[in-house]
Design a protein around this ligand. Structure first.
Ligand code: GDP
Ligand code: MN
Length: 380
């Protein structure tokens, strides 16, 4: 889950990371009132879940509440990378001496959090990383010992800071690491961390929380689910209520697989042979006959679907259970649409025997089955 800047800043504030005065606004009026309260020169910042707002014109200065109103009105009517801007952050404008980049990311290869830092922060950090990688300082964090102050200060030192500034930067890094660790972040980032005459201030904030950990952050979880409202199709909503991983697509071949990788590969194979998938449905691991039956029924009931392709690798999900589920759904709906099945693995023989007994054919390879499904969808 990607938090917006203002949401990430709410978290940063709780951890004591220094920030400028700010308020979020959904209308130009709210933006004007916020600016009047802050009573300082302002920047108005588009709140959007993609990077590079600065370059896309989503960050604009304003000197008075009236100007803030105008600028907010402009930004609230904009789209950045196709996303409409629904909120802006009205923030005290900083007087920038220098921009630093700080990030804490999960480094899969080292199996730990890693600090990425650079004294060349700002909107061109990707370019800095690509052209002058030596300007990016890396530091792995031992998960058991955490980030000690001497480690953090050492990173600050490698960025060229000494004395008080080194300590202040080190302190911010330790706080950022605590955010990452306690919020189960995949990535947390301050770019830029701005050096001003009064010390460092985080001008931007990014925090991406691992979705698998959302159950530990109930407030975020609720927000995450809410964010889908209005974006899911009616069938996708229905599927979610049934706890199925389902994405509606615009073709005419229904696809059911187990495991996201296999299901994606199934879509690709259908596409390769000239077909068009009508959906993505991943059964996940260990699905029961009942669950499989419901999934098959759900896809077959889709009016746009002309043929169904079930592709299952029997592991924890068993082939005989898959067969039972398909037969159950067919029993309910009748023989209304052709079904192509490719299954292999656990209890494959039994699964095939059940299907053949019910008059449903199976194919031995994904390629054969995909071609069959494409043909059948064309014929209907
Ligand atoms: P991003 O482009 O989405 O990463 O948005 P940022 O919040 O990082 O802002 C991009 C750039 O806008 C920064 O690197 C700054 O150069 C500039 N900027 C952002 N906030 C301020 C501010 O308060 N004062 C000034 N002078 N510039 C700012
Ligand atoms: Mn930024």
């Amino acid at each position: 889950m990607k938090l917006l800047e203002y949401e990430a800043k709410e978290v940063f504030r709780r951890y004591g990371i220094p920030l400028g005065a700010s308020a979020v606004a959904s209308t130009p009026e709210e933006a004007r009132d916020a600016a009047a309260k802050i009573a300082k020169p302002i920047v108005v910042k588009a709140q959007v879940g993609v990077g590079g707002r600065g370059k896309a014109g989503g960050i604009k200065p304003a000197d008075t509440p009236e100007q803030t109103y105008e600028v907010a009105k402009q930004i609230l009517g904009m789209k950045i990378k196709d996303l409409p801007i629904r909120k802006v952050l009205v923030e005290e404008r900083l007087s920038i001496q220098h921009e630093v980049y700080l990030g804490v990311i999960v480094d899969r290869a080292s199996r730990c959090y890693t600090i990425l830092a650079s004294s060349e922060g700002g909107v061109n950090i990707e370019e800095v990383a690509a052209k002058t990688p030596e300007k990016i300082v890396r530091n792995n964090i031992d998960p058991l010992r955490g980030l000690r102050s001497y480690n953090a200060n050492n990173v600050a030192k490698r960025l060229g800071y000494g004395g008080k500034k080194m300590q202040q930067l080190g302190d911010i890094l330790q706080k950022l690491y605590r955010v990452a660790y306690e919020m189960d972040a995949e990535l947390t980032e301050i770019n830029p961390l701005v050096e001003t005459a009064d010390g460092f201030i985080a001008a931007d904030a990014r925090l991406n929380v691992d979705n698998n950990a959302l159950y530990r952050h109930k407030e975020l979880e609720a927000k995450y689910l809410e964010s889908f409202e209005g974006e899911l199709t009616p069938r996708e909503m229905e599927a979610r209520a049934m706890d199925l991983t389902y994405v509606e697509l615009n073709g005419d071949i229904g696809i059911i697989g187990n495991g996201a990788g296999l299901t994606m590969a199934t879509l690709d194979t259908v596409m390769l042979y000239g077909g068009h998938a009508g959906n993505f449905l991943d059964l996940g691991g260990g699905a029961s006959p009942d669950r499989i039956g419901k999934a098959v029924e759900f896809v077959l009931k889709d009016n746009r679907v002309k043929a169904l392709f079930v592709n299952v690798l029997g592991g924890i999900t068993r082939c005989d259970d898959t067969a039972k589920g398909i037969i159950e759904a067919r029993g309910k709906l009748g023989d209304n649409k052709p079904i192509v099945v490719r299954m292999m693995g656990t209890n494959e023989e039994e699964g095939k025997r059940l299907l053949h007994g019910a008059g449903i054919e199976t194919n031995d390879t994904m390629e054969e089955a995909a071609q069959k499904a494409v043909q059948l969808a064309k014929r209907v």
